[in-house]
Design a protein around this ligand. Structure first.
Ligand code: GLV
Ligand code: MG
Length: 348
């Protein structure tokens, strides 16, 4: 076990000191691109002003034969691109893949000053994060970096979910966690085939009236589809908040169904997530709509905070009781709105 006193010591001689807190920055949409796709890369400077985070994806969705081209493309892009205030992240290949070592080595030593966060897929336990932590520290020292490269875990295996609390506190380098519903469904052997979203078979039904189970007398019994991801998102949010890091929803694969995508993103937002992945430009606007605090809610939060002044006691606002706890909820909304306003002048 590590002593708490050592937790914020650099893990390699010459590596930058770990951060004590993860700086809160707006990261409402993490827009994925394939750095081996030159046409896609050429469009990025035009897209950058619309997104909080651009992510060069090296893992799944990049063909095995394109892995080296993608890595090379990302290094070149990171060296030369002017992205303004948009952050640049990458998703490297998994720890057990033949590409992981070169992905991390090249990105940290060659463009570690440009890439803020490395997403690590299929994280199973704290040992994965501790390994990545030490490896990155070695590479940071070699490159002479002065700011630590942060790490983001994707929650997409059953073992990862079972260990999520320990994963979140494994390193001060951990910035956040995303739910990866597609790999998680595969690993759990769920009987689904989609990338995120619901399933019509996962529902609840109203009780039968007078034993009329087929609805022949009283008409069909109403059903409502349930959220397959509720448990995992709730557990992930708690684990992240316990550790002072950020939770995110991951991908929604049905690009044409922007309505269901918005619902999935909003469920995650209301539950505490601060952003989601976008796989196509249309999802950028979906994520902006969802993860930008609603103006009416911000105005309400401001009224509550002003009414309660020092945040103690109880007061009525429009007939609704407010106290220290609702004051804190409102403060969280105002702080999030400030972050978004800082990043997004048009929304501010
Ligand atoms: C994301 O990587 C997922 O598997 O859903
Ligand atoms: Mg995955």
């Amino acid at each position: 076990m590590r002593s708490p006193r050592d937790f914020f010591q650099p893990l390699a001689v010459g590596a930058p000191a770990p951060l004590r807190t993860i700086p809160p920055v707006a990261s409402r949409m993490i827009h994925f691109f394939d750095p081996s796709n030159e046409k896609m890369v050429a469009k990025l400077p035009g897209l950058a002003p619309r997104v909080d985070v651009l992510l060069g994806n090296l893992e799944d969705a990049v063909q095995a034969s394109r892995k080296e081209a993608a890595r090379e493309g990302l290094v070149q892009f990171a060296r030369t691109a002017d992205l303004g205030t948009t952050s640049l992240w990458s998703r490297v290949n998994a720890l057990n893949s033949p590409w992981f070592l070169d992905d991390v080595t090249r990105l940290v030593t060659e463009v570690g000053d440009r890439i803020e966060v490395l997403m690590i897929p299929k994280v199973e336990g704290p040992e994965d994060i501790q390994f990545v932590d030490r490896l990155i520290a070695q590479l940071e020292a070699r490159a002479g970096l002065t700011r630590p490269v942060l790490v983001h875990a994707i929650l997409e295996t059953a073992r990862g979910v079972a260990n999520v609390e320990e994963i979140c506190i494994a390193s001060p380098r951990l910035q956040g966690v995303s739910l990866g519903p597609a790999d998680l469904a595969a690993d759990r052997q769920m009987k689904t085939t989609a990338v995120g979203g619901g399933h019509p078979g996962y529902l609840v039904r109203t009780d039968a009236v007078d034993g009329d189970v087929r609805g022949e007398v009283h008409g069909p019994r109403a059903t409502a589809q349930q959220d397959l991801w509720h448990y995992t998102i709730a557990r992930m949010v708690d684990a992240c908040r316990m550790a002072g890091i950020h939770p995110y929803y991951g991908p929604f694969g049905d690009i044409a169904d922007v309505v269901a995508c918005e619902d999935q993103f909003r469920n995650a937002y209301v539950m505490g997530c601060i952003g989601a992945w976008s796989l196509h430009p249309v999802q950028i606007e979906v994520a902006r709509t969802v993860f930008t605090p609603d103006a009416d809610q911000v105005a309400w939060a401001r009224r509550v905070v002003e009414t309660l002044a020092d945040g103690t006691g109880a007061s009525m606002v429009d007939g609704k009781m407010q106290d220290d706890a609702s004051y804190k909820q409102c403060q969280a909304i105002l702080a999030f709105a400030d972050l978004v306003a800082e990043r997004d002048a048009a929304t501010a």
